[in-house]
Design a binder for this molecule. Structure first.
Ligand SMILES: Cc1cc2nc3c(=O)[nH]c(=O)nc-3n(C[C@H](O)[C@H](O)[C@H](O)COP(=O)(O)O)c2cc1C
Length: 204
């Protein structure tokens, strides 16, 4: 089984989503036989934003590119190959300004590619990677549950559910620690509850 583990928080050692994704990776190591891991830290090694030159070159069969573009194309191919090869995709997700980090968005821009991870059909778009298991460990400063006044402002979990649903993964496993910024007690409580859910993650 191939695990692709991504982190996207900019808060390094203070990151809650990194703590949770590390715990989830440890849980998978314990429970999934023969786990092969690939780790990518999207904050430490940010992917460049998509450019018009990249898109044009990626869609063309021309061989020669200037070194910067050639390196970008190689990186894009590597990111796509890592994603396609993964049986399990685990992502540490931080809520920043009501959505995912720009670093995670840059990764999503590399993996939503028509003909590779989804395709257009006469009846609409169709996801091509629905056989993957996706686990999201999300940290957010405030409260965004269904009854929270701020619920309509949450565009990280909802966005990622839409993205992976579009790719065919209709039921990602989502573990949330929220209220992190509202005080140390709530931070500890939310972390403990999320870690308990992670400790119960099934093998498949
Ligand atoms: C730049 C920045 C923007 C943030 N924006 C929000 C926000 O819009 N809503 C919220 O509830 N918390 C917000 N927070 C708090 C984070 O969601 C919280 O610190 C969470 O733990 C982030 O995940 P991380 O610890 O893995 O980085 C923000 C934090 C930072 C640093």
């Amino acid at each position: 089984m191939n695990l692709l583990h991504l982190d996207s928080s900019i808060l390094g050692g203070n990151s809650v989503s990194r703590t949770l994704s590390a715990a989830a990776a440890a849980r998978l190591r314990e429970t999934v036989p023969g786990l092969h891991e690939v780790y990518r830290d999207l904050a430490a090694h940010p992917l460049p934003h998509l450019s018009g030159a990249y898109l044009a070159a990626a869609q063309s069969t021309e061989g020669e590119h200037e070194p910067g573009l050639a390196a970008d194309l190689a990186l894009g191919s590597q990111v796509m190959e890592e994603f396609l090869a993964a049986d399990i995709v685990l992502i540490g997700v931080a809520l920043y300004n009501f959505t995912i980090s720009t670093q995670l968005k840059a990764w999503i821009d590399r993996i939503l590619v028509a003909g590779k991870t989804f395709r257009y059909t006469a009846t609409g778009p169709e996801g091509l990677v629905g056989n993957k298991r996706v686990i999201l460990t999300i940290a957010r400063g405030g409260f965004y549950g269904p009854d929270a006044p701020a619920a309509p402002f949450e565009h990280a979990e909802t966005y990622l559910r839409a993205v992976f649903g579009f790719l065919g993964v209709s039921k990602p496993e989502v573990i949330v620690a929220e209220g992190i910024a509202t005080g140390p007690e709530q931070r500890e409580r939310a972390l403990a509850e999320a870690l308990a859910q992670i400790a119960a993650l099934p093998a498949s």
